[in-house]
Write a protein that binds this ligand. Sequence first.
Ligand code: DGL
Length: 273
Amino acid sequence: MTKGPIGVFDSGYGGLTVLKEITAKLPQYDYIYLGDNARAPYGSRSFETIYHYTLQCVEWFFKQGCPLVILACNTASAKALRSIQQINLPQIDPSKRVLGVIRPTSEIIGQFTHTKKVGVLGTAGTVQSLSYPLEIEKFFPEIEVFQQACPMWVPLVENNEYNSEGADYFIKKYIQQILSQSGGIDTLLLACTHYPLLINKIKSFIPKNISLLSQGEIVANSLADYLLRHLQIADNCAKNSQSVFFTTDATEDFDQKATIFYGKPVQSTHLAL
Ligand code: DGL
């Protein structure tokens, strides 16, 4: 088998916050990032649509030679990952792997909460799927999970309004809604890869004793561990420290915004799906 890059997928820019941490942790590997910006946001779309879009993108990654694809998007992980793993992968190529962001986060969330009450902030799709309560229960049955959909947060981030005064209204609104579900919540999970851009504003609306978790580092650590445990997969991943970027929408727009999420200049190529 020829070696190929690790695929990193998101509906748009959010996955770049994850790729940033992955490349910091595992700089030796090659990466190929795809943002399906032309069809984003995924957050409010149906199961069928998200599954169809995500599968199409995963098939594209495989055509680029990726042995492993990370769905760096909670919504795609919640709505498409299981079907892709169980139905499509065995047919496409059983030697390939597709991993998501929900399991690695759920596996370690117990390390952060003392009150055993965790708040999950995500898109409507992620919240409705109940993926977090179900997955966290498998690892930490004693933890009570409270969820809040934050449908306005992705548009604020995507439209460069994440630092604006106008953003405060919607940040405060969803934070108040989740905290009013239980007085005991001591950990809030940013279960959407777009939300790290809002972290400073969110911090200013929560009490100091509540910890705020974003997923980039968690996913990067989990991937490093996975590659150590799956040497065959690791061996199929190319190691030239190169990253390339694709978007299904306009590249000029992508490159400009992507830099904010990735923290470094990005030059993308357009992909017509
Ligand atoms: N970044 C995606 C996530 O982690 C959601 C963005 C969208 O709605 O497309 O859920």
